[in-house]
Ligand binder design. Structure first.
Ligand code: SF4
Length: 341
């Protein structure tokens, strides 16, 4: 495989542009390894509230190892171990778990926790918080639960007209971590037209991984006839990648969980295929897509490197403590993840 910013000239030879970065982010890596290590340490079953990350393959693989995924805390037997997903939970969920005497391990991504802390701080300063995000998404439910009386959800630029606040002098916007950067900036622009004193978050809420994966797709899209995004339909950042590809010049774009979901007809008349994957997608699934394409003549693969990533998060404190007590103090992620990388 070669690596260039993007091929300079149009090519008539079938080829693949492969996005980098793609796939696992630091928060997903940490969450998946948390479930794996909890299964190793405590033995199955280990309960997980909601999908640990939004990827079908990851969830089914962990289920086979003994993880039990539940929707709500009250489905977990009293005294059992429950892991909270990377998307975060509202404080009330911690209270429910305590009432059931559950042993909890919080795999909330630290970058989601950062947004929770911002919400708590601005609420304590009596701001109205305009949270840009998608209604019902677990991350939004968790963040909004930190200060429900202060938070108003703004789903898109078109919803700005409906937004009201108590005091236009004390308004701040925060956002879900996995949104489209461009659409979010448009929502903020319209909010600022309406509320000129609108404050920005202290730092970007849309996380580095979401931004980098969108950046790579923006670079590739004008040169691609078809963009294949590997990811699940309930994965916000994966769905955004298809949208970004289409907005920036891909003639077609599709989201697939597995290579066998690719429809042969998508390749009709296609010279350049772009391939990327959402932040919750193991690389093994991308390799399957590349194999599928290679078998159909798309063997020439060029990486499009939009950014370098090296961030790693330590495992949750509760798990690190128990690993240490068991004589395994190794809390680094990105190892021992087997088929899930
Ligand atoms: S997509 Fe971003 S916020 Fe979500 S788990 Fe990954 S690093 Fe954390």
């Amino acid at each position: 495989m070669t690596s260039t910013p993007v091929a300079a000239a149009p090519s008539r030879t079938k080829r693949v542009l492969l996005a980098a970065p793609r796939g696992y982010c630091a928060g997903v890596d940490r969450a998946v390894v948390t479930v794996q290590k909890a299964l190793d340490l405590y033995g199955p079953p280990v309960y997980v509230r909601k999908e640990i990350v939004h990827n079908k393959h990851v969830v089914t693989t962990l289920e086979k190892r003994g993880a039990i995924f539940v929707e709500e805390t009250d489905e977990v037997p009293e005294g059992a171990t429950v892991i909270f997903s990377a998307h975060g939970v509202a404080p009330v969920v911690h209270e429910e778990a305590a009432a059931l005497k559950l042993k909890t391990i919080d795999a909330t991504c630290p970058l989601v926790t950062k947004v929770h802390r911002e919400a708590v701080r601005f609420a304590s300063d009596d701001f109205d918080i305009l949270l840009i995000g998608h209604e019902g998404h677990e991350e939004v439910v968790g963040t909004a639960g930190e200060a429900p009386e202060h938070i108003t959800l703004v789903q898109s630029p078109d919803h700005v007209d409906e937004v009201t606040v108590r005091d236009p002098e004390k308004v701040v916007w925060l956002s879900q971590t996995t949104l489209s950067v461009d659409e979010t900036m448009e929502t903020v622009r319209r909010l600022r037209e309406k509320f000129p004193k609108l404050q920005d978050p202290p730092s970007d809420d849309i996380c580095y991984a979401t931004q980098n994966r969108q950046l790579a797709v923006k670079q590739m899209a004008p040169d691609t006839d078809l963009m294949i995004v590997v990811g699940s339909r309930n994965s916000s950042n994966s769905v955004r990648l298809v949208e970004v590809a289409l907005e920036h010049g891909s003639r077609a774009g599709h989201l697939v969980d597995y290579a066998d979901e690719i429809d042969e007809s998508w390749l009709d008349g296609v010279t350049t295929v772009g391939v990327t994957s959402g932040a919750s997608v193991p690389e093994v699934l991308v390799r399957d897509v590349l194999d599928y394409l290679a078998a159909r003549g798309y063997e020439d693969v060029t990486a499009v490197q939009a950014a370098q990533e090296s961030l790693l998060f330590a495992l949750p404190n509760e798990l690190r403590r128990d690993l240490k007590l068991a004589g395994n103090g190794d809390d680094k992620v990105r190892h021992d993840a087997g088929a899930l990388r």
